[in-house]
Design a protein around this ligand. Structure first.
Ligand code: RIB
Ligand code: CA
Length: 315
């Protein structure tokens, strides 16, 4: 049976690749809608990118909802150095012909979830800062009964990428992340522990470049990553945002640990750190539920093959 999913995103190069792979897995994943959130670029840019991408992929009937234009408390922190001034690397998308479904963010997500057929639930797949998800859960608490799990790209139980201690999505809106992680909803945390093992290599970008018009767009996005200071000379780039979707396709290809996770909401070097609070040495355990499944490992060869297979299927 196909799994209902809602994607919350800040496209974003790896977001665009992940969403394209998710649509290519339509036999397993039913994308009920997409909401945008300020993150990699401004809300205007990421929303235009989401509209253009769904049109490019022939999915113009899928609802796109404009979400939060900034984190709950912190200032926005666009990552133009990593995703480019238009958010999609070397691709400068034209204005989409399709229109926005709603600009009501969390309220529109709530409406879509509650309109699902009776008895059906949904998996939320946030792959940007968690602002919209926090607003949804706090504004409409009854929605939780229809959410079976949240499979998010974010966090790290090892080191960070935006700082030494924090991963970008969590660091951008730590208060939102703490609200979501303490919501009691089962969470699968696809953090840097596993996403930094989920790579595409330069030769695969070249393969995409010559595979077809849509794949050429993917390659022009991804090449920007390779040319960026973050990845220059590394020969491979992490496909962070594809991990939640490939986990949903074959969770047995991943392994992890159940933990209590709290998010540091300080202003210091620990801002946005996802802290494992039930470690073996932590003697003051509070007995909190271990509701976060932290992914630690993956069959990396399978990941690369599966992602490429999904991306290559567009004609
Ligand atoms: O740290 C990686 C995350 O930050 C990804 O979601 C990427 O798109 C950026 O938003
Ligand atoms: Ca993202």
């Amino acid at each position: 049976m196909r799994k209902n999913i809602w994607i919350d995103t800040d496209p974003g190069i790896d977001d665009a690749i992940a969403i394209s792979a998710a649509f290519a897995a339509g036999e397993r994943l039913k994308i009920i809608g997409i909401s945008t959130v300020a993150g990699n670029q401004t809300i205007d840019i990421v929303t235009d990118n989401a509209l253009w991408l769904t049109e490019l992929l022939g999915q113009s009937e899928v609802p796109v909802v404009r979400g939060a234009d900034r984190p709950l408390i912190r200032a926005p922190h666009p990552a133009g150095n990593v995703h480019g001034e238009h958010g999609l690397g070397y691709v400068v998308p034209p204005k989409a012909a399709r229109t926005l479904t709603s600009d009501q963010g969390a309220a529109a997500i709530y409406k879509a979830v509650m309109e699902l057929p009776e008895g059906e639930t949904i998996t939320l797949v946030p792959i940007g800062p968690l602002t919209n998800i926090a607003l949804l859960l706090r504004t409409f608490p009854d929605v939780s009964a229809r959410i079976d799990q949240i499979v998010c790209m974010g966090g790290s139980a090892v080191e960070g990428n935006i700082t030494a201690t924090a991963e970008y999505n969590i660091w951008t809106d730590p208060e939102a992340a703490e609200i979501v992680f303490q919501s009691g909803i089962p969470i699968v945390m696809c953090g840097l522990d596993v996403t930094m093992k989920c790579l595409l290599r330069q030769e695969e970008i070249r393969q995409l470049e010559h595979a077809g018009e849509i794949q050429k767009q993917f390659s022009r996005m991804l090449q920007f990553y390779f040319d960026s200071a973050a990845y220059r000379g590394k020969g491979a780039v992490a496909m962070h945002d594809s991990v939640p979707f490939l986990y949903l396709l074959r969770e047995e290809m991943f392994s992890g640990e159940h933990h209590v996770i709290h998010v540091s909401c300080t202003e210091d070097t620990c801002r946005g750190m996802t802290i494992v609070c039930d470690g073996a040495y932590t003697y003051q355990q509070k007995g909190e539920p271990k509701n976060v499944y932290v992914l630690k490992d993956v069959d990396a060869a399978w990941f690369g093959r599966e992602l490429m297979e999904r991306l290559m299927c567009y004609s």
